[in-house]
Design a binder for this molecule. Sequence first.
Ligand SMILES: NC(=O)c1ccc[n+]([C@@H]2O[C@H](COP(=O)([O-])OP(=O)(O)OC[C@H]3O[C@@H](n4cnc5c(N)ncnc54)[C@H](OP(=O)(O)O)[C@@H]3O)[C@@H](O)[C@H]2O)c1
Length: 301
Amino acid sequence: MRVLVTGATGFIGTAVVRELIDAGHQVLGLARSDAGAKSLASAGAKVHRGDVEDLDSLRSGVAASDGVIHTAFVHDFARFKEVCEIDRRAIEALGSVLAGSDRPLIVTSGTGVAFTPGRVTTEEDAPNSPIPRVASEEAAASVAAKGVRVLVMRLPQVHDPVKQGLVTYLIAVAREKGVSAYVGDGLNRWPAVHVLDAARLYRLALEKGSEKGAGGARYNAVAEEGVPLREIAEAIGGGLKVPVVSKSAEEAGEHFGWLGMFVGADAPASSALTQQRLGWRPTGPGLIADLKAMKYFEHPD
Ligand SMILES: NC(=O)c1ccc[n+]([C@@H]2O[C@H](COP(=O)([O-])OP(=O)(O)OC[C@H]3O[C@@H](n4cnc5c(N)ncnc54)[C@H](OP(=O)(O)O)[C@@H]3O)[C@@H](O)[C@H]2O)c1
């Protein structure tokens, strides 16, 4: 299959490109810079120059492809609502070319858009969160309603020993403040997956995903249902050699900044249905193992 991958130069996109090429697919990778184009070409991908804000560039990339994996995202949390709306428009543009075809569009979301306090989120949970990122799934639903074969990939913290999703920002805060903190008793949990397991799941969804069945075509790329924040903070404290402390819910906003809205959340998620539907078996390593393997003083954030 010839697959357009947006975000092909990013953390997850790079792993997806490798996974697809290794499995015999052809990749058309979206690049917005010469450096990105060069690294994609050396990974064995064809390059499509464009930008998520240049909707014509997205549409022409889709026109040349048998399927799309969309992982690009403008990670500017200072204008989070605005960048989530950029993602909405990008998904609608990607989908506009696919209506009426059987060519799949995989949209990236997060497990956090559907969590219900006190229980484990599953693929059957509809998006219900007030966080602006829900725009990605709203756009997915809107293009699905126009006859596009859309599959939604919900990611937890995606990790290797260099990057770990929001945990990377937690490390930056701990480095800056000289303490590694959690909120309250720190027993609240975040789900996680190793980046190579996530990449394999994108490929399986592309090859075998179906929008039929309960929960539609939502996949939870979850290997660990919930890692307690306290364990995460302890691993970071050990790595940075700083004290590990608890912050109250009232102190969290001031200490963590924009991360404060996430750090105290108990948001476990299950991938039981995903594993059953796609035959996906994550093999790890786990988040804490990667945090322990991290070279904290070689990768300053
Ligand atoms: N990492 C996680 O733990 C995690 C968890 C939940 C959800 N997600 C979601 O998963 C997706 C991939 O995340 P990631 O960790 O791989 O992010 P990342 O490493 O920051 O990569 C982002 C990608 O988007 C591209 N991009 C940024 N702005 C662009 C623009 N204006 N036009 C075109 N491309 C642009 C980047 O290109 P350049 O290389 O040119 O910068 C890069 O390829 C995102 O939707 C993210 O929100 C990630």
